[in-house]
Design a protein around this ligand. Structure first.
Ligand code: URP
Ligand code: ZN
Length: 458
């Protein structure tokens, strides 16, 4: 089956050019200014952009948290992702105590494989760093799991500094990337205890219990541990100007340190916590929303290359689920929605407002994630030989974001009232059009687990 996409502006490899894209089966066969071929189907892309599908390296589908489970499963979450132009997700398989990484990965793959509509990979969350776990790391990297998540924020999941040091070093030496959730759990525990003892239980105290220096301290400490062995290090969901300053400093020293931020930290501020109970609880996530000065710093970090990735940290909970925290901010399930709005928000609020170029946008949501996480050039590029994962953007299309216009399994959006200009109109996954003008043509199980390659020090 062949498909020819004619007349669009292809954005890939740091350049934009008018070109046709010929797809044969599940791969891109040719990208040229004018392709004459008898294709089974032709899509007219005049006036549209053709980008490599977005790669969201930070999702939490059907994740058990605080006695409930995040509201999107691997089907509803990847279908919503496709509507937003995402063609690959990297989710997490987090080790239970006493479990081998092999078991952890196998269990999570089984949860995902029959449901996913787009391709996926898994980061392995290490929570029990035994000698056996350390020995398993190279084997897991060789099986296509080259990235890991280490926690500094949650006492029940966190590694101590010695374990962090050993895990980061072992992962990097074996050709992988250790990523961290960088917030100092000891400080958070202390601040939360004090607030609760003063009967300060409203959602706004979630943010007050995790001030910016809590992130900056953990970022600096993780960099110190990694720098000793010049190990690869990635920061998930960086939210503060101070955290970014630490990353920038490390990169200027030539250390292989990378960081991601998320749309919520680029667009929303802590004012959202001043709303009434349930309303404010929707914005409770970790790290919390920050200030306008942090937003400005993160936008400029994205533009100047200090930040390499935007991921969504998609971990939605319905209004009913957020009610679990009506007695105390400490019981609110942490997390918010975002997989479907990742690319549209960056298009409209980033490119549309002149904060990012179109080429930089493609770098931070597709090519950069693909390179950093062992998917390039299979994913993240519009070029001959790459998977035919594409998204077609209509720069004139306007969409008012609301729970009704979006497809995530949720009764609200964090971006109510936003009218975005520039929106995905077709999403192609391995040569098949799975979303077109608001209709879904994909199916559960059509996505596949993608074993990823090792991550060299870049
Ligand atoms: O609040 C968040 N971000 N929840 C999802 C899990 C995590 O810490 O990334
Ligand atoms: Zn997360």
């Amino acid at each position: 089956m062949s498909l020819l996409i004619k007349g669009g502006v292809v954005v890939s490899g740091g350049v934009s050019r008018q070109a046709d894209v010929l797809i044969q089966g599940d791969r891109i066969a040719n990208v040229e200014p004018s392709i004459r071929a008898d294709a089974g189907r032709v899509i007219n892309a005049e006036g549209k952009y053709v980008l490599p599908g977005a790669i969201d390296v930070h999702t939490h589908m059907q994740l058990p948290v605080s006695g409930t489970v995040s509201a999107d499963d691997f089907f509803t979450g990847t279908r919503a992702a496709a509507f937003g132009g995402v063609t690959t997700i990297l989710d997490f398989a987090t080790q239970s105590k006493g479990e081998s990484l092999q078991e952890t990965a196998a269990k999570r793959r089984e949860e995902a494989e029959s449901k996913v509509c787009i391709d996926f990979g898994l980061h392995l969350g290490i929570t029990d760093l035994t000698d056996q776990t350390l020995l398993e790391i190279p084997a897991m990297i060789n099986q296509g799991y080259p990235s890991f998540k280490l926690f500094m924020a949650y006492p029940e999941l966190a590694l101590d500094d010695g374990e962090l040091y050993a895990a980061i070093k072992t992962v990097s030496e074996a050709g992988g990337m250790a990523g961290v959730h960088a917030e100092n759990m000891h400080l958070i525990r202390r601040f939360a205890r004090t607030l609760l003892s003063e009967n300060k239980t409203a959602p706004m105290y979630h943010e007050i219990s995790r001030p910016p220096f809590v992130e900056a301290e953990a970022v600096r400490r993780a960099i110190t541990l990694a720098s000793e062995t010049k190990s690869n290090l990635y920061f998930f969901h960086l939210s503060t100007e101070r955290g970014l300053a630490e990353v920038r400093k490390a990169r200027l020293q030539g250390l292989p340190v990378y960081a991601e931020t998320c749309p919520q930290y680029l667009l929303l501020t802590r004012d959202k916590y001043r709303g009434r109970g349930l309303e404010a609880a929707r914005y409770v996530m970790s790290p919390p929303l920050r200030g306008i000065e942090d937003q400005r710093a993160l936008w400029s970090g994205l533009a100047d290359g200090s930040l390499q990735v935007v991921g969504s940290d998609h971990c939605p909970f319905t209004s009913d689920q957020k009610k679990l925290g009506q007695e105390s901010f400490a019981s609110i399930p942490n997390g918010g929605p975002g997989v479907e709005t990742l690319l549209p928000i960056l298009l409209s609020e980033g490119v549309g407002r002149g904060r990012l170029t179109m080429e930089r946008l493609v770098e931070v949501v597709s090519a950069g994630p693909a390179r950093l996480f062992g998917l390039y050039p299979k994913k993240g590029a519009v070029m001959a030989g790459s998977d035919a994962d594409l998204v077609m953007i209509d720069p004139a299309k306007e969409v008012a974001l609301s729970a009704e216009t979006l497809h995530m399994n949720l009764d609200y959006t964090l971006y109510e009232g936003y009218v975005l200009k520039g929106y995905p109109v077709k999403t192609i996954s391995k040569g098949k059009v799975i979303c077109s003008d608001g209709h879904f043509f994909g199916a559960p199980g059509e996505g596949k687990f993608i074993p990823r390659s090792k991550i060299p020090q870049l």
